[in-house]
Design a protein around this ligand. Structure first.
Ligand SMILES: NC(=O)c1ccc[n+]([C@@H]2O[C@H](COP(=O)([O-])OP(=O)(O)OC[C@H]3O[C@@H](n4cnc5c(N)ncnc54)[C@H](O)[C@@H]3O)[C@@H](O)[C@H]2O)c1
Length: 379
C-alpha cells in the first residue's frame, strides 16, 4: 500500500474506533471510556481492547441477582432421560398463535400441537379456509394430547384481543405463551406511500404484535405461569432486503426485533412473588413460500428468481422448515434464551453481514494496532 493510502486507512480506523468508543450503548465504550474509569493506557488490537491500569474505579450498583434457589433449573431426572426430546414436550400447555389461519402461523400452530400443546389460532377471518383447516387438523396427531382451535380475531381490535386472550387463559387456567405471527405486506415505493397505509401496516405488524404479547403476559403474570413469547419478525428487519420495495413492512419488522429485547428485559426475570420468567424471542425468517409471498411473485415478475439467488442454499423455504424452530423457542429446550432473534434464512444475511456493519461496531479485520495516545492526539 502506498504511504498516502496507508495514512488514509489509519485515519479511517481511528475515526471508527473513536466513533465506537463514543457510542453510548457500546459495551466496550462503557467499560473503557466511562468518566469514572481513567485508563492510563488502552490498546486496541485486532480483537481486544484492554485497560492495563485503572485508577479510582467507583463501581456502579450491580443489579441484585435472584437467590440461588430461584436460579435452580429442573433436575436431570425431571427434564430429561426417560423420554426422547423431553425438553421439547409441550403436553398440557396452552398457546395462542395469531395469524394462525394459514401460512407460517398455521404451520407453527400445528408444530406446537404436535408437541402436545392445546393451541388457539387467532385470525381475522370469521372461519379459516375449510380445506386448509381440515388438512391441518388431520396432520395433528391426537395421540400426544395436542389440539388446534380457531377463534376469529383481528389484532387491530386490541381491546377485544385482550378480552379473548383473557378468556382463553381463564378457561384453561393457564397460558404458556403466544406466537405473534399475524402480519401484512405491501410492496410500494416509499414516495408513493399514503399515511393511512403506513398506519394500517404498523397497526397490524407492530401494535398488533405488541398488544398480543402484552395481553398474553398480563394473563401469564396473573396466573403465575412462566412461559415463552415468540414474535415473528423477518430478515427484512435486519437488512435492506434486495428486491423487496416495502419500506413500512421492513421497518415494522426492525421494530419487532427491538421490541422483543425490551419485553425480554421487563418479563424474563423470576420475581419473588412467583411472577415473571416469561422469555421473549424473535424468529427472523428468510423468504418462505407462503400465500403472502406467492402474491408478491404475482405482483413482481422475476422476484422469485432474485430471492432464490440471494441465499446460500439457492432456494426458498417451506413453512415446515420452521416447525422445529418454534418448538425449540416455545419449550424448555430454549430455557436460557431470551431477548434473542433466531435468524432462519438459508444464509441470506450471512452474505451481507460485513456490509451491514453499523457505526457502533469495530471492523476487527483492520490489522493496525492503535493506542489510546494515538486517538487522543488525533487532530
Ligand atoms: N413468507 C415469508 O417469506 C416471511 C418471511 C419473513 C417473515 N414472515 C412473517 O411471517 C408471518 C406470517 O406470514 P405468512 O408469510 O405466513 O403470510 P400469510 O399472509 O400467509 O399469513 C399471514 C396471516 O396473518 C393474518 N392476518 C393478517 N392481518 C391480520 C389481522 N389484522 N388480524 C389477524 N390476523 C391477520 C392473515 O389472515 C394470514 O392468515 C408474518 O408476520 C410475516 O411478516 C413471512
Amino acid at each position: 500500500m502506498n504511504p498516502s493510502a496507508t495514512r488514509a486507512a489509519r485515519l479511517l480506523t481511528r475515526q471508527r474506533l473513536i466513533g465506537t468508543l463514543n457510542t453510548s450503548n457500546s459495551c466496550l465504550a462503557q467499560r473503557t471510556c466511562s468518566p469514572f474509569l481513567r485508563p492510563s493506557s488502552i490498546t486496541a488490537t485486532r480483537t481486544i481492547i484492554t485497560a492495563t491500569k485503572l485508577e479510582a474505579v467507583p463501581i456502579s450498583p450491580v443489579p441484585k441477582q435472584p437467590a440461588p434457589k430461584d436460579n435452580e433449573t429442573k433436575s436431570q431426572d425431571e427434564s430429561s432421560g426417560f423420554k426422547r426430546f423431553s425438553q421439547f414436550d409441550l403436553t398440557g400447555k396452552v398457546f395462542i398463535v395469531t395469524g394462525g389461519a394459514q401460512g407460517l402461523g398455521l404451520e407453527m400452530a400445528e408444530a406446537l400441537a404436535e408437541a402436545g400443546a392445546k393451541v388457539y389460532c387467532l385470525d381475522h377471518a370469521e372461519q379459516p379456509n375449510s380445506t386448509i383447516w381440515s388438512q391441518a387438523l388431520k396432520r395433528v396427531p391426537t395421540t400426544h394430547g395436542g389440539s388446534l382451535h380457531y377463534r376469529e380475531q383481528d389484532v387491530q381490535d386490541t381491546s377485544h384481543l385482550d378480552e379473548l386472550v383473557a378468556s382463553i387463559a381463564t378457561e384453561n387456567n393457564r397460558l404458556d405463551g403466544v406466537v405473534a405471527a399475524a402480519g401484512v405486506q405491501q410492496i410500494t415505493p416509499a414516495m408513493d406511500y399514503k399515511p393511512h397505509d403506513v398506519a394500517r401496516m404498523l397497526a397490524i405488524n407492530y401494535t398488533g404484535v405488541f398488544m398480543t404479547a402484552s395481553s398474553a403476559a398480563r394473563q401469564m403474570y396473573k396466573l403465575k405461569t412462566p412461559g415463552s413469547i415468540v414474535l415473528i419478525a423477518s430478515i427484512s428487519g435486519l437488512v435492506a432486503n434486495k428486491g423487496l420495495i416495502s419500506p413500512v413492512y421492513n421497518s415494522s419488522k426492525a421494530a419487532v426485533i427491538q421490541l422483543a429485547r425490551n419485553l425480554a428485559m421487563e418479563w424474563s426475570r423470576k420475581q419473588e412473588d412467583g411472577t415473571g420468567e416469561i422469555r421473549v424471542n424473535c424468529i427472523s425468517p428468510g423468504h418462505i413460500l407462503t400465500p403472502m409471498v406467492r402474491k408478491n411473485f404475482e405482483e413482481v415478475p422475476g422476484l422469485r428468481e432474485k430471492w432464490e439467488a440471494e441465499n446460500m442454499m439457492g432456494r426458498l423455504a417451506e413453512t415446515r422448515e420452521f416447525r422445529g424452530v418454534v418448538q425449540f423457542l416455545a419449550s424448555d429446550a430454549s430455557s436460557f434464551m431470551t431477548g434473542g432473534n433466531l435468524v432462519v434464512d438459508g444464509g441470506h444475511i450471512a452474505w451481507q453481514c460485513r456490509r451491514g456493519m453499523g457505526e457502533g461496531e469495530v471492523d476487527w479485520e483492520m490489522e493496525e494496532v492503535i493506542t489510546m495516545e494515538d486517538m487522543v492526539n488525533f487532530p
